[in-house]
Design a protein around this ligand. Structure first.
Ligand code: GDP
Ligand code: CA
Length: 309
């Protein structure tokens, strides 16, 4: 079983390729829940849903999130009621949140409901939230703390980031099967996700970091930073704000001790020797997943490197 630590769009792109070159039933995805939020009384899991919609072939190819071709009639109607509409929720997407919220309210766990949604939408990979307990990413800014979606969507990531906090993480327990999956994995992959707010909350759940450090299988990370920039999202600004070097090397430093292989883009080839000094083997390849062919090629390159480790 390959265990993949995943955020949203960057992870989903990679997992789309991986699940085409490796049996999807042999992939266990551990997803970030730090971005989760409640809106209109509904429980929303943006990263888990991005992964599910992508693997189900339903994702909007432009944004990477949401359902392709979705309409926004409900959101328009909410606007007429003066309800908040800054968080885009499509009509079909809302069905997922309604269904999840109802089952959670009936007392089921997030991992049970997540597995049910993935199965119903035809996703063969195993998908688990990192924890069934709430973990909330809070972004520290000069104006005070902001909930992640408020910082990212409502305020368009304009605020300077002084730090992040994962509220609830200390008391959160890994979801059932998460630690077991890491301990018995044949390989571990850190998807090309934001290392601070997508992978960070996963690592903040007690027990996970230690299980990764004590792994008995090879682990690889794919850099989401290419040429000193993130392809999308606030990863670069966040790393800078937190005093980290904004480069593949900066990402490699975050994952030190937890990975054996670090996959970086050809554009960052010159950083390979520095990455290797951190005790990981650097693998230089094309990491920009512009289409299905590139996704699969990257997944194959990662699998090949893992096999040789
Ligand atoms: P989010 O939760 O939707 O922001 O998704 P993630 O954290 O999973 O992914 C965001 C990260 O994915 C950003 O830092 C991007 O630079 C990275 N990313 C997106 N597309 C690609 C790609 O094609 N290749 C690589 N290497 N990284 C990518
Ligand atoms: Ca996210």
């Amino acid at each position: 079983m390959i265990v993949a630590l995943a955020g949203g769009v960057g992870a989903a792109r990679f997992l789309d390729g991986l699940s085409q070159v490796h049996p999807p039933k042999e992939i266990c995805i551990i997803g970030n829940t730090g971005d989760d939020m409640e809106m209109h009384g509904l429980y929303i899991c943006p990263d888990l849903d991005t992964v599910v919609y992508t693997l189900a072939g339903l994702a909007n190819p432009v944004h990477g999130w949401g359902v392709d071709g979705d309409s926004f009639r409900c959101l328009e109607a909410l606007g007429k009621l003066n309800a908040e509409t800054w968080f885009q929720l499509g009509d079909r997407d809302l069905a997922t949140h309604i269904y999840r919220t109802a089952r959670l309210r009936a007392g089921e766990s997030l991992s049970t409901v997540t597995a049910a949604i993935a199965r119903s939408l035809g996703v063969a990979c195993i998908l688990k939230p990192v924890s069934d307990d709430p973990v909330r990413t809070i972004v520290q800014t000069p104006g005070g703390p902001l909930e992640f979606q408020t910082y990212f969507v409502r305020r368009r990531a304009q605020d300077e980031v002084l730090g992040v906090e994962f509220q609830g993480a200390e008391d959160a327990r890994p979801a059932p099967g998460v630690l077991r999956a890491i301990r018995s994995a044949s390989a571990i992959v850190f998807c090309p996700s934001n290392p601070i707010i997508s992978i960070g909350p996963i690592l903040a759940v007690p027990g996970i970091r230690q299980a990764l450090r004590r792994r008995k299988c090879p682990a690889a990370a794919i850099s989401p930073i290419i040429g000193g920039r993130a392809l999308k999202g606030p990863a670069a600004d966040m790393m800078r704000g937190m005093g980290m070097e904004v480069s593949s090397l900066g990402v490699a430093r975050i994952y030190r001790g937890m990975v054996d292989l670090f996959i970086l883009d050809r554009a960052d080839k010159r950083l390979a020797p520095e990455v290797e000094k951190l005790g990981m083997r650097a693998v230089v390849t094309n990491t920009i997943m512009t289409g299905p062919a590139q996704k699969k090629a990257l997944a194959r390159a990662v699998l090949k490197a893992l096999e040789r480790t």
